[in-house]
Design a protein around this ligand. Structure first.
Ligand code: DLL
Length: 439
């Protein structure tokens, strides 16, 4: 585990620890306002069909409202969901557009203020304190990662080095020369940075890092352990998506039992993606999010396609926001291979259990003769790379078994030489599905 950090428990603002009854009252009042605000848009006016916001009596009444999908947002391109006058827009960001056309996301000044607050909550919860220095290695630009974290760090009262993503050599120089306390990036980029440090022959112990705030893509507990060991940090996970704000929907505290949802700003349901009925507490389902305070672009019951679960128990840290478990993947990243559901993170979990394998992989699925074939390219660790066919054969078998014990299916494993698979500076792309074209 990482170097220990004396940790006086501290809250950034009272919104994080409202008594549940009070939170419910606040959510109810804000849901009414949010629906009234959304009704100003032709899209919602039509979908809501005369729904009276004042008939909302409790947060659960959200179930009486219609869903919003990614396709609805795309159909409204570019500004069909803008709910304030253009002159009141303070900022535009856009969703990453990895699964199709991008979606613009406008923010009002009030939205920017709230965004800074929800991000600063998870930063404080994870251990950031005024006076610390944070290296932000997320992309700055239309992507919400860089700017979102930036304002959150400033709101905490810590200092920022806005390095942005990429140019890993420069990332290393800054880490060594400015000695930041915290690193902010995607987990895959953190791993990439750790690898470059090792390759450069520099000692990771002479870094001053103690905290890592990682998010923006799915990752596993095993990956967390690897990053913590490599960079000697205490790593926390944080979740969000551009369509509802960007980073700041939820984030872990030092307990790391799940991510606290900022429920005074976001009403989060967890539904069975087929029946669209709520799943039991602790059971996995699709997160569906209604923004409660967003002014420029309110969304009602947005289907995130992200799979997670909501935990019923309160957290010992004292924050009252419901805990969501780590997002294991998106419904549209889920591969159905010979009828079995597989998420890329399951492959990551398997690889991290095999010491000789590096956690760099790429999955390819094809369908020759109408039968799904999944193959995984896996990098070997440099110290393991060998010319012996027998060793390689054994390693392949070991990896195939690890994958099959987690996913239940047998995949073809191709071992590749160290450092031959693509490295990512933002979100990693793990899958090529050649069976059919997805949207
Ligand atoms: O990735 C916002 C963000 C930036 C969150 C930085 C955290 C840190 P988008 O580009 O719109 O926004 O992508 C959102 O990324 O629907 C999830 O599928 C995935 N995602 C984000 N955070 C996590 C996470 C940002 N902690 C999409 N774990 C979401 C798993 C995540 N998946």
């Amino acid at each position: 585990m990482s170097r220990s950090l004396a940790y006086p428990e501290a809250y950034f603002d009272p919104g994080e620890c409202l008594p549940r009854a009070e939170l419910k009252r606040l959510q109810t009042a804000r849901l009414r306002q949010a629906v009234a605000r959304a009704s100003a848009l032709p899209f919602y006016r039509e979908r809501l069909g005369g729904f009276d916001p004042n008939s909302i009596q409790e947060p659960g009444d959200v179930r009486r409202l219609p869903f919003t999908t990614k396709q609805d947002l795309r159909d409204g391109y570019p500004l069909g969901f803008l709910a304030i006058p253009r002159s009141e827009i303070a900022r535009f960001h856009a969703s990453s557009g990895t699964t199709g056309k991008m979606t613009f996301v406008p923010y009002s000044r009030g939205d920017m203020e709230n965004w800074g607050t929800v991000v600063s909550r998870f930063l404080m919860a994870g251990g950031l304190r005024p006076g610390m220095l944070v290296q932000i290695s997320f992309g700055y630009g239309l992507f919400t990662g860089g700017f979102g974290l930036h304002y959150g760090v400033e709101k905490v009262g810590a200092a920022v080095v806005p390095v942005a993503s990429g140019n890993t050599e420069r990332q290393l120089s800054i880490l060594y020369d400015l000695q930041p306390d915290a690193l902010v990036c995607t987990p895959s980029y953190a791993l990439n940075i750790a690898e470059e440090i090792r390759k450069s022959g520099r000692d990771p112990k002479s870094l001053h890092l103690s905290l890592g705030f990682f998010g923006g893509e799915p990752w596993t507990e095993e990956m967390r352990e690897r990053i913590e060991a490599d960079l000697d940090v205490f790593a926390t996970d944080n979740y969000g998506l551009s369509e509802v704000v960007g980073p700041g929907v939820a984030g872990e505290c030092r307990e790391r039992k799940g991510q606290h949802i900022s429920e005074d700003n976001f009403l989060v349901e967890c539904l069975n993606p087929e029946s669209l009925e709520p799943v039991q507490p602790g059971e996995r389902g699709e997160l569906v999010i209604t923004t409660l305070t967003k002014e420029a672009m309110p969304v009602i019951r947005y289907r995130t396609r992200d799979i997670s679960s909501l935990l019923p128990d309160p957290c010992p840290c004292g924050r009252t926001g419901t805990l969501m478990t780590r997002v294991t993947g998106r419904t549209d990243d889920m591969l159905v291979i010979r009828g079995v559901n597989v998420y890329p993170t399951q492959i990551e979990e398997a690889l991290l259990r095999v010491q000789e394998a590096a956690p760099h992989y790429h999955i390819e699925v094809t369908r020759p003769d109408n039968l799904d074939v999944a193959s995984v390219k896996v990098e070997m660790r440099p110290e393991i790379f060998s010319d012996s066919m027998k060793d390689m054969e054994q390693l392949r078998e070991k990896i195939a078994r690890a994958i099959s014990s987690i996913t239940g299916i047998r995949m073809r494993v191709d071992l590749v030489a160290p450092e031959t698979l693509e490295r990512f500076v933002g979100k990693a792309k793990r899958v090529t599905d050649r069976r059919f074209k997805k949207d």
